[in-house]
Design a protein around this ligand. Structure first.
Ligand SMILES: [Zn+2]
Length: 279
């Protein structure tokens, strides 16, 4: 599932390709993915509009329209948003939506699992994005924000980090990687973390996300950027997807277990608070 670094990489790859382009036509192949409108209504509202900017909030990809309004893509499990310079290439089997631009280029939303959604928001519309917590990168998120959101929670620290209202954009991959680098067992009750641990985790989350963006995201299964290129951060994963393989720090086999409803990867030695937490 694309998380902050993947959606940010898509945003960066699309920005030079579609900014300033005018939408000439809209084809919807999966009507249920369009929120609050019929395909024809969406088409009528988008035709002739110009893409002013490509933005991101948490895991949402946003196309901001010059005339006002924002087209919001939620990629969910397997969604991809891919630019094509021409319409010649055949459509992928699981195409949800295609935007045709003046000049012949296309933006295609493909989604094999079909959980992704597309929403056209007017400038003042309410949306699930309103409930998102702060963006972890860019200097607005503080250590205090994290501690206030987490320290009274009795759920495990992993569940707290996955909660998009606490901080926007973290998913399974980058929470596992962050908790490993911080040396914190993902099943620890959030309320048991010390000030020093919160501080370490706060810095490491930003470091891991920035590195994820630098390496252009993690391609575990489906993710590609706006040009169809795979990411590179999968080569740098230290625990995610490595169950049974030796820990990069200590050689102990990495374990996987279900926590916060998600398959969670950790080193039982480096993230050693497991026994305390389960006692
Ligand atoms: Zn280890």
């Amino acid at each position: 599932m694309p998380e902050l670094p993947e959606v940010e990489t898509i945003r960066r790859s699309l920005t030079p390709l579609i900014t300033g382009k005018r939408i000439e036509d809209v084809s919807v192949y999966l009507p249920k993915a369009i929120r609050g409108r019929t395909p024809e209504e969406l088409r009528q509202e988008l035709m002739g509009k110009i893409i002013a900017a490509v933005d991101r909030r948490g895991k949402y990809l946003l196309l901001c329209l010059k005339e006002g309004g924002t087209l919001v893509f939620h990629l969910r499990m397997t969604g991809r948003v891919i630019f094509r310079a021409t319409a010649e290439e055949p459509l992928a089997k699981h195409t949800t939506l295609v935007l045709d631009f003046a000049g012949g280029a296309q933006l295609r939303f493909e989604d094999p699992r079909k959980f992704g959604t597309v929403d056209l928001l007017s400038d003042h519309a309410h949306h699930a994005m309103d409930l998102l917590g702060p963006e972890p990168l860019g200097g607005k998120w503080t250590l205090d924000d994290l501690i206030k959101a987490g320290k009274t929670r009795k759920t495990c620290i992993k569940a707290v980090l996955l909660d998009q209202a606490v901080v926007a954009g973290l998913g399974n991959i980058y929470t596992d990687e962050s908790l490993f680098r911080a040396g914190i067992y993902p099943g620890r009750p959030a309320s048991s973390l010390s000030q020093e641990e919160w501080q370490r985790l706060y810095g490491i989350i930003q470091e891991v996300l920035a590195e994820g963006i630098e390496y252009r995201g993690t391609t575990h299964r489906d993710y590609v950027d706006g040009l169809g290129n795979a990411g590179g951060f999968q080569e740098r994963l230290r625990v995610y997807g490595r169950s049974g393989l030796p820990c990069v720090n200590c050689g102990t086999p990495i374990r996987r277990k279900k926590l916060a409803g998600r398959g969670t990867h950790y080193c039982p030695k480096c993230q050693h608070a497991e026994r305390e937490a389960e006692a």
